[in-house]
Ligand binder design. Structure first.
Ligand code: HEM
Length: 232
């Protein structure tokens, strides 16, 4: 596809990731090698598709905590606290790994050069020293959250600007908000009998049956700013 954009046989929209990456030029004016451009494109596509795991978790949470369906429908200001709590509560990416480039001490720990280090994302997001009742699903904890970059780290911690923290975090949050808004505001559905238990030993930790919905119907009282469900 990168080759097709370059020879003109494919004309994606200018603001699309495919167009931007295929036509990107470095400071010397050179295009990316096709293989490199293809990997860059996959680096946008792959994590975007991965957000479906958090969406499944959000659908699971809306079922387990049905009162939040109403709260999200009534006030879109509740969407962000809700999806933040989904990202905190449901373990998706359990840990990130690194290797120390130099010998150093941090607090009482010695890190020899070359040592493999794991940062426990799930453990940090549910650390009782930081979170009140971490095992409970309580979106309200994010109504007045202080934004600490080291205590809530579902997509990596620290600074987005100077470290490797996930730059797609805002995209993931916005996709989840749009999905939840659609689920509670634009359609009604049933949940047939299924196994919604979560096996924490699998990665990603999803409900055994995923979340299967049936008898999907368009909501009759659509708000004007909600996504329309096509009639068919
Ligand atoms: C399902 C939601 C996602 C999860 C759980 C997730 C998780 C992560 C994690 C744990 C890291 C490594 C952070 C670190 O090393 O400290 C990362 C890096 C990265 N993520 Fe995400 N991510 C998600 C969605 C996205 C999206 C939607 C995009 C972009 C469209 C994206 C793009 C990236 C990139 C480019 C990096 C590498 C950053 C770097 O090395 O400097 N991610 N992500």
């Amino acid at each position: 596809m990168v080759g097709q954009v370059r020879d003109g046989s494919l004309e994606p929209q200018e603001e699309s990731a495919l167009h931007v990456i295929a036509t990107w030029r470095d400071p010397d004016g050179a295009l990316l090698r096709p293989a490199v451009a293809a990997v860059e494109l996959l680096n946008v596509l792959r994590p975007t598709v991965a957000v479906s795991v958090f969406m499944t978790s959000a659908a699971h949470a809306l079922h387990e905590h049905g009162d939040w369906q109403h709260k999200l429908r009534e006030d879109q200001g509740n969407l962000e606290p809700f999806v933040q709590e989904v990202r905190r509560f449901y373990p998706f990416f359990p840990a990130v790994a690194a290797r120390s480039t130099k010998d150093f001490r941090w607090r009482d720990y010695h890190f020899p050069q070359g040592r493999r280090i794991l940062l426990d994302l799930t453990g940090t997001n549910s650390d009782p020293r930081t979170w009140d009742a971490p095992g409970e699903f309580r979106p309200d904890r994010f109504q007045h959250w202080n934004g600490n970059a080291f205590t809530f780290i579902p997509q990596g911690g620290g600074s987005h600007d100077t470290g490797h923290r996930c730059p797609g975090e805002w995209i993931a949050i916005e996709l989840m908000k749009a999905f939840c808004d659609f689920l509670v505001g634009s359609i009604t559905y049933d949940l047939p009998d299924q196994d919604l238990s979560i096996d924490l030993s699998s990665l990603p930790a999803l409900p055994k049956s995923r979340v299967v919905i049936s008898r999907i119907r368009r909501r009759t009282s659509l708000r004007h700013d909600r996504i329309e469900v096509p009639a068919d």
